[in-house]
Design a protein around this ligand. Structure first.
Ligand SMILES: [Zn+2]
Length: 279
């Protein structure tokens, strides 16, 4: 499970050494279909974007649904920060702030970090300067209580808009992605391989591709179950009380490129953005 946290951070300005859209990209792509972040290379955002007002976007989606890739693309496109709860907590602990130390003490005892503490750290993060035009949430809200807290915040910040985008993925697709995912033993980059052959399929860095120990259908089923149990009350909440804040993007087989999900998400957000034509 922990491998996630050490996969190098994606930075759209610091692109991976993958050939750009070109004939070499195509042939390269036929052998190794790269998953998620690597494909992001080929996204051309087109026109410049300006937000009409600050916006908070909450992304929901199952593990393997492509949520973090979408968060990164939207962040780049809209020019607002992406707040991933796990990263915030790790950063807080690393910085050794009083809240971070409190968090660490729970972890050292092997106890779950109380919801109240997590909440406090996150809401402190939302007040920082880089959040003033809005932000993209990955991993929050997790409960109806959190959702209500966001609603209270919006009541006090009338100019801020709110949108929930739910990536609604077919299970078959998610399992296919798990089956086809390999990681590089050297650089830990995830790569999608259809018919794995160790002699042919290598990472773009030349490293050996291996299966992640938790990428089994059994482990994945469990993760999915936990996700569904946690998220369905929230989706219901937004369906009933959201006043149109909820948009759903359906992901099904055949599997598609992350940028297609991005274009759809962009459609869901179009009422909030001005596009400026490059002349
Ligand atoms: Zn590698």
């Amino acid at each position: 499970m922990q491998i996630y946290s050490i996969i190098p951070n994606f930075n759209i300005n610091n692109r991976y050494n993958v050939p750009k859209q070109s004939s070499s990209f195509k042939s390269y792509n036929q052998n190794i279909r790269l998953l998620n972040v690597q494909h992001v290379d080929t996204v051309n955002f087109g026109n410049k974007t300006k937000l009409k007002q600050p916006i908070i976007i909450a992304l929901f989606g199952p593990p393997n649904g492509g949520k973090s890739t979408l968060a990164k693309l939207l962040s780049e496109y809209l020019g607002i920060v992406e707040i991933t709860t796990g990263n915030i907590f790790r950063a807080e602990i690393k910085k050794g702030t009083p809240l971070g130390l409190e968090m660490k003490s729970y972890m050292n005892k092997g106890e779950l970090i109380p919801d109240k503490l997590c909440d406090e750290i996150l809401w402190q993060r939302f007040t920082q300067d880089d959040c003033k035009n809005g932000f993209i949430l990955d991993g929050y809200p997790r409960t109806v209580k959190h959702a209500k807290k966001i609603n209270r915040y919006l009541k006090n910040h009338k100019g801020t808009k709110f949108k929930v985008i739910n990536l609604n993925a077919e299970k078959q697709l998610l399992f296919k992605r798990v089956n086809e995912r390999y990681i590089c033993r050297d650089c830990l980059k995830a790569t999608s391989v259809k018919d794995y052959n160790p002699a042919v399929n290598k990472c773009s860095c030349g490293g050996e591709l291996v299966k992640r120990p938790d990428d089994t259908p059994e482990v994945f089923s469990k993760r999915l179950e936990v996700y569904e149990k946690e998220t369905s009350p929230l989706i219901d909440f937004y369906r009933q009380n959201g006043d149109g804040v909820l948009s759903e993007i359906k992901l099904s087989l055949p599997d598609r490129e992350p940028q297609e999900t991005f274009w759809e998400a962009k459609e869901c957000l179009k009422e909030f953005i001005h596009e400026q034509n490059d002349k």
